[in-house]
Design a protein around this ligand. Structure first.
Ligand SMILES: C[S@@+](CC[C@H](N)C(=O)[O-])C[C@H]1O[C@@H](n2cnc3c(N)ncnc32)[C@H](O)[C@@H]1O
Length: 415
């Protein structure tokens, strides 16, 4: 029996453990879907001359229409799924995000919220509730969600929990085509975007690809054919300053996240994009000691490092290089308005005040509930839980004001 875990904390890394061999799905429908996806990937590998980049494999494993982890029917979030996220741990998280939205909405006036990758829809409900109480509802709360089944789950939860506010919520199939005013939210979105995985040897730079051996997927290395990836890999080598041992240095480059930021930069007329995810500024990301990268898989609340197993049934993620996001924002005229840890952000947005209010509002205010809330706060803020590894980055356009969430600590200079 395993406690539900948040995605990045890796309480039980089992990559070199025989238990990995037992990590199987016993669900016949899920297995058939996975086999279908594996056949599709095999066909693409053969059509591509025997190998595809890991980034392409990850793209298909997570997003192949109807079969990928996010585009198919896997249960994903929550206790019956594979991992829990901050909004699932405690409503206090969403209350704090709402407080930050409130500050921006009050300055802009008529404005919207766009949440990209809304998971179960819990955060949308809590944010709308909090903003309603504060008298600052956005005109529209847009949700852009790639997963059809999560979209249905979001629609159900919004109908159940905030029926009187559901007319504010609209689901989009792609980013809006009109310039956007308001707040764009992305919690644990960018870590699920496909990454290029590279190997830096003493004298070589190569990209990890996937090929077939005896009908199974297998890693292989090949020359890097993308100029951008080649340049990034050389930059990483320089950053490592020659500290590369005989096994080489393995890491990831997330071009998809950068291009997502650029699309948002082109969209944002006036407002802020708030990105919450696990990761580091660049020097810490590409640290000589992080020599096996940050690639991680999540299946039924267990974490391991083998993305070639359970294709389409498990989540695959990597940590975020926040410096790369800030640079991508800068390319499209976004300003870096704040960068801090999740713990500092939540405390600055009034986490403890919200906790007190919630406690006093609960009918019984029982010691058990107080204890549970204390656990939630610890999980969200303590450095060895989500408090430090998770960061918050704000990029803005058309507004110039210090944001509440960064008032306790702002690490922009480290990016
Ligand atoms: C790890 S979950 C996080 C969910 C939610 N934000 C939370 O914190 O609970 C990632 C979410 O992003 C969605 N997603 C992944 N890639 C996406 C994309 N390119 N556009 C929109 N949604 C995406 C997934 O379907 C899922 O809802």
């Amino acid at each position: 029996m395993h406690n539900p875990v948040s995605k990045s904390l890796n309480p039980e890394i089992i990559s070199d453990n025989p238990v990995l061999a037992d990590l199987k799905s016993t669900d016949a429908t899920a297995n058939a879907s996975s086999e279908h996806l594996r056949r599709m990937i095999r066909d693409e590998i053969f059509a591509n001359g025997g190998a595809i980049s890991f980034a392409r494999y990850m793209q298909l494993a997570l997003y192949a229409p109807g079969l990928g982890y996010y585009s198919g029917g896997a249960s994903k979030l929550g206790v019956p799924g594979d991992f829990v996220t901050a909004p699932e741990i405690s409503p206090l998280f969403s209350h704090c995000i709402a407080r930050q939205c409130q500050q921006v909405l009050e300055i802009i006036g008529t404005a919207d919220i766009l949440e990209v990758g809304a998971g179960s829809g819990t955060m949308a409900c809590e944010i709308l509730n909090t903003l309603e109480h504060a008298g600052t509802l956005p005109d529209h709360y847009f949700i852009l969600e790639v997963s059809a089944d999560l979209r249905e789950r979001q629609q159900r939860i919004i109908q159940q929990r905030i029926p009187h506010l559901q007319q504010h919520v609209y689901w989009l199939d792609s980013l809006p085509d009109k310039r956007f005013k308001g707040v764009v939210l992305a919690n644990e979105l960018l870590d699920a975007m496909p990454v290029h995985r590279v190997h830096i040897g003493k004298d070589t730079e190569q990209e990890y690809c996937i090929r077939i051996r005896e009908d199974e997927f297998e890693w292989c290395l090949s020359d890097i054919d993308n100029d951008n990836i080649r340049q990034r890999t050389c930059d990483i080598r320089q950053m490592l300053g020659g500290v590369i041992d005989d096994d080489g240095y393995i890491t990831e480059i997330n071009l998809a996240a950068e291009s997502w930021i650029r699309s948002i930069g082109e969209l944002l007329d006036c407002g802020v994009v708030i990105i919450i995810d696990y990761g580091f500024h660049r020097r810490e990301y590409y640290h000589p000691q992080r020599r096996e990268g940050t690639l991680m898989c999540h299946y039924r609340h267990r974490s391991h490092a083998d993305p070639l197993k359970l294709t389409g049934l498990q989540d695959i993620t990597s940590h975020i290089d926040f410096t790369a996001l800030a640079e991508a924002g800068d390319d499209t005229g976004l300003n870096v308005t704040g960068f801090t840890t999740q713990g500092h952000f939540l405390l600055a947005c009034g986490l403890l005040e919200f906790a007190e209010e919630r406690q006093s509002g609960q009918a019984a205010g029982s010691p058990i509930e107080a204890l549970q809330q204390a656990q939630e706060i610890k999980k969200l803020t303590l450095p060895h839980e989500m408090g430090e590894l998770f960061k918050v980055l704000a990029l803005s356009h058309g507004i110039d004001m210090p944001l509440l969430g960064f008032s306790l600590k702002d690490d922009r200079a480290r990016l």
